[in-house]
Design a protein around this ligand. Structure first.
Ligand SMILES: *[C@@H]1O[C@H](CO)[C@@H](O)[C@H](O)[C@H]1NC(C)=O
Ligand SMILES: *[C@@H]1O[C@H](CO)[C@@H](O)[C@H](O)[C@H]1NC(C)=O
Length: 223
């Protein structure tokens, strides 16, 4: 009790002095990365505990998706290069997800899965099993700023994932994804590395949507 109270005081002190306060107060693993995730509420919206390292995510044209930088939908149209330090004997899972679907204030389709690559040997992303093909950010008009997070998990082994393949031009199975449940189901633990960018609607979005959804009829929900 005493300890909790003094921790609370310390937290209040930190909050006043630095604008930083660990909500749990007892988390020993708060890192530079998790501070950024917490700052934009990706903790707790997406994760309970933040990544240990920054993931290097670079879009064509040397555009880095780093620390919440705001990028244009057109800049993130094509798949980025993702780099991390790995041990070769391990398999990894990489995903990109938007917890603000369709809108941060009312995320009723939370989360929208943009990319899912499984069983990546070491850091050889191209050798992984692309279960959900990459789809760029196309936030709907007037839906505010969306957060797009990349998360890398270390798998316990080569795993059999029960997740239907989703091709590039399909919206099926992308909605109502839960990073937390997924990580729990496959015992992935907390993400090893992560990063994120933000984006909002631009006049390019309708064009990008059309390209995303082949023969799309009517309004798409692409986020
Ligand atoms: C990630 O980017 C940083 C800064 O650009 C660089 O120093 C580091 O070597 C990169 N890490 C990997 C694994 O590519
Ligand atoms: C996703 O969840 C929302 C709200 O819970 C529900 O209305 C919607 O039908 C779900 N969509 C899919 C594709 O499962």
């Amino acid at each position: 009790m005493l300890l909790t109270n003094s921790y609370r005081l310390l937290c209040i002190g930190l909050l006043l002095n630095l604008g930083l306060c660990l909500s749990s107060g007892t988390d020993p693993k708060e890192t530079e990365v998790s501070k950024f995730f917490r700052h934009l509420d990706l903790i707790p919206d997406l994760l309970d505990l933040g990544p240990q390292e920054f993931l290097n995510v670079t879009y064509p044209g040397q555009i880095k998706a780093d620390r919440g930088i705001q990028l244009q939908p057109m800049q993130v149209r094509d798949e980025p290069k993702v780099k991390w330090v790995s041990s070769e004997e391990n398999y990894y899972t990489l995903l990109m997800t938007d917890p603000d679907a369709p809108d941060r204030k009312n995320p009723k389709f939370k989360e929208y899965l943009h990319w899912l690559v499984l069983n990546i040997p070491g850091n050889q992303l191209s050798m992984g099993d692309v279960r959900v093909a990459y789809m760029g950010a196309t936030p709907p008009k007037d839906s505010g700023l969306h957060r797009y997070a990349f998360l890398l998990y270390k798998q316990t082994d080569h795993l059999k994932f029960d997740f239907k393949p989703v091709p590039r031009h399909s919206e099926e199975n992308r909605m109502n994804f839960s990073t937390k449940s997924f990580a729990e189901k496959y015992k992935l633990g907390h993400p090893l590395a992560g990063n994120f960018f933000t984006s909002e609607w631009s006049k390019d979005v309708p064009v990008l949507n059309k390209a995303n959804i082949q023969g799309g009829q009517g309004q798409t929900l692409s986020l």
